[in-house]
Design a protein around this ligand. Structure first.
Ligand SMILES: Nc1ncnc2c1ncn2[C@@H]1O[C@H](COP(=O)(O)OS(=O)(=O)O)[C@@H](OP(=O)(O)O)[C@H]1O
Length: 342
């Protein structure tokens, strides 16, 4: 065979093989691309259906649907009345979660009350019923999702206690705990610890007593108008008779007694979230104690203390001894204390 012809034939065979190989490679890459695309589609679909591995909360509380029937617990009172202590004790309960102060709910409740009477809003179809549903959904989301899920969800923002009728309307099964404390200790706490509370002028104790009186009067009135739904808790009794008082509170909340509530300080950082941003964090980290009962003694002028009945008449009505400048809180620990009050 002609060598030249032979070499031409083998080169065209080689070319043919190369062509087939390239073709095969092309087909393979197209198939691979199609497969990749299909996998990607599938992965997108899976990601849509199962966005993340379920959290422990999602496993414990699958498809927990929050509604206006939720038996939320609201802890309130005049600031510096032991509200953080109360919520930390409840947080220690295995069925309850309050979590940190949101700081925003009282302000939000104030805003929504302003929208309520708005004629333009009603004209646009946002009726009071629509607004109630939207407001309750907002509050539910904040209360439920800013911390761990639990059987009983709780919120502690002292000034929710000024919005009890609204919260009752939005959540008919909610329970309210109103913390009450001697105004002299409350005012002293704000001044001494430099806690800024709107409406309280820390360089003017008489003004602060008047403000306390105005706020506690409103809170007590609203709480008294919600029998069976609102419980008044005296700080002075809680710290002296914790077991009895916690028993009464848990019964009111319809949850079983839990010894953990009496050792809240040991569960901080574990069961209980406590941010150092909270003004009471350093005090709540300690075991329950009675140190703050008398810390205000000798801190007010005699003139201010002599006027206290006029500035804050609710004090003596609530059973605090306003005659003495160093009163005893023994009666708050008495077995018959609640008989005298409720
Ligand atoms: N473990 C423990 N035992 C006894 N007392 C305690 C405890 N934890 C907090 N407290 C006292 O609660 C007072 C603060 O009240 P609040 O938490 O309502 O304050 S705040 O409104 O949230 O800023 C504050 O009172 P004062 O000490 O008089 O400032 C705290 O001492």
């Amino acid at each position: 065979m002609n060598r030249r012809f032979a070499s031409t034939t083998s080169s065209s065979r080689l070319l043919g093989v190369a062509f087939v190989v390239v073709l095969l490679l092309l087909v393979a890459s197209v198939v691979e691309r199609k497969q990749l695309e299909a996998e990607l589609q599938n992965a997108k679909f899976i990601a849509k259906v199962y966005p993340l591995a379920p959290s422990d909360d999602e496993i414990r509380f699958p498809r927990r649907i929050l509604s206006i029937d939720e038996p939320y617990i609201f802890v309130g009172g005049v600031p510096r009345s032991g509200t953080t202590l109360m919520r930390a004790m409840l947080d220690a309960h295995s069925l309850i979660r309050c979590g940190g102060e949101t700081m925003m709910l009282p302000q939000f409740l104030q805003w929504q009350s302003g929208w309520r009477g708005d004629k333009w809003m009603n004209g646009s179809g946002i009726t009071p019923e629509v607004l109630d549903l939207a407001v309750s959904a907002f509050i539910s989301e904040i209360v439920a999702k800013h911390d761990k899920m639990a059987e009983r969800l709780c919120n502690k923002d002292p000034y929710t206690a000024l919005w009890l009728p609204t919260l009752r309307r939005l959540f008919p099964n909610a329970r309210f705990i109103l913390m009450i404390r001697d105004a002299r200790a409350v005012v002293h706490s704000m001044v001494e610890r430099e806690v800024p509370v709107g409406g309280y002028n820390r360089s003017d104790p008489p003004q602060m007593f008047r403000k306390w009186n105005q706020e506690i009067t409103k809170m007590l009135f609203q709480c008294g108008n919600a029998p069976g739904l609102c419980l008044q808790v005296f700080y002075e009794r809680l710290v002296q008779k914790p077991r009895e008082e916690i028993g009464r509170i848990l019964e009111f909340l319809d949850v079983p007694f839990d010894e953990n509530v009496l050792r809240h300080h040991q569960l901080i950082g574990d069961e209980i979230d406590l941010s150092d941003q909270e003004f009471s964090a350093s005090q709540v980290k300690k075991a329950l104690n009675v140190d703050a009962l008398t810390a205000w003694f000798d801190c007010f002028s005699n003139e201010t203390l002599a006027e206290v009945n006029d500035l804050a008449p609710m004090l003596s009505l609530l059973g605090y001894d306003t005659k003495s400048t160093t009163p005893s809180y023994e009666r708050f620990a008495g077995d018959d204390f609640h008989r005298g009050h409720f």
